[in-house]
Design a protein around this ligand. Structure first.
Ligand SMILES: [Fe+2]
Length: 306
């Protein structure tokens, strides 16, 4: 079948068959996606069996709540970031901390504090490397921003996230820290490990067929919000991780791999109240102004609330 014939058919099915006023945006997007899918079926000679297997795949991925994992795994979440970066550049918004993907594991409602928080519940202190991370949040004018909201969440030593991993305590490794009067935030935690897609899941099943692994380097997630500024969604990666530049979700970026300093000096350990050498990471965050010409930093999607 010719593409022009497919276009006519899709237009008939989606647009011309409407009997009442359609939602214009939904109609526009549905028409495009159905047309493009039919063209792919035609061009690739997708068989009925392949078509139904594909639908079954999405049904299973949905039932397992893995669509939020599939999207970064095939690059789509990164693609949204690339487009947002382009829009920022066109709007003249430069110089901010790079954004990167949110991933599917944020949970709203973490305990709040000002200046400092301890993220871990202490259950892994024996096996984990202590981590201290700190920095300043700067506003678009280059000055430190007091009362900026820094939401931070990361995995434990097994690569699991509290709430989703029911063996962890509520809000373990999740906190909301408001910067102090000097724009500073700091936290004590444990060094996270990277993680992979569930090995028996739908995302990994596809990755296997594509000859790809499903691993992420160790990382720490952030949402940073401040009055008059664009909400920043980002992560830092832990330098030295085997998958640092081989993330299955394509979220690693220049500017988001701060140096990790190892501290073993006894005086410093005592100051921090830890009994073994710890890792220290300095990471400043630079915000940009909210501008209507650019893509909003606020992304609406269903998120867990504990
Ligand atoms: Fe993550």
């Amino acid at each position: 079948m010719k593409h022009t014939e497919i276009e006519q058919l899709a237009k008939h099915w989606i647009v011309e068959s409407a009997k009442s006023p359609a939602h214009p945006r939904v109609q526009e997007v549905t028409l495009r996606l159905v047309t493009d899918l039919c063209k792919a079926i035609e061009d690739l000679n997708i068989t009925p069996t392949e078509f139904w297997k594909g639908l079954e795949y999405f049904s299973e991925a949905g039932a397992r709540n893995e669509l939020g994992l599939l999207a970064p795994g095939i690059g789509l979440e990164r693609f949204l970031d690339i487009r947002a970066d382009e829009a920022d550049e066109q709007a003249g918004l430069v110089g901010g901390t790079p954004r990167t993907i949110e991933g599917p594991l944020y949970v709203a409602g973490a305990p709040e504090s000002t200046g400092f928080a301890r993220l871990d519940d202490g259950t892994e202190v024996d096996k984990a490397e202590p981590l201290f991370m700190q920095g300043t949040v700067y506003g678009a004018d280059g000055k430190p921003l007091a009362n900026a909201k820094v939401e931070v969440w990361h995995a434990n030593t097994l690569g699991g996230y509290s709430f989703f991993d029911k063996t962890q305590s509520t809000f373990n490794l999740r906190r909301t820290i408001f910067t102090d009067e000097n724009g500073r935030y700091a936290f004590q935690s444990i060094m996270p490990n990277g993680y992979g897609c569930p090995p028996d899941g739908t995302t990994q099943a596809l990755l296997n067929l594509l000859g790809r692994h499903g691993n992420r380097p160790a990382h720490i997630h952030f949402f940073v919000s401040a009055e008059g500024h664009r909400k920043l969604t980002t992560q830092i990666n832990i330098d030295g991780d085997k998958y640092l530049w081989d993330d299955f979700a394509f979220a690693s970026r220049e500017g988001l791999v701060p140096a990790v300093t190892r501290i073993s000096d006894a005086v410093e350990l005592k100051k921090k109240g830890v009994s073994k050498p710890y890792a220290s990471i300095d990471f400043d965050i630079r915000m940009v102004v909210e501008k209507s010409a650019a893509t909003s930093g606020i992304v609406e999607r269903v998120r867990a609330a504990a």
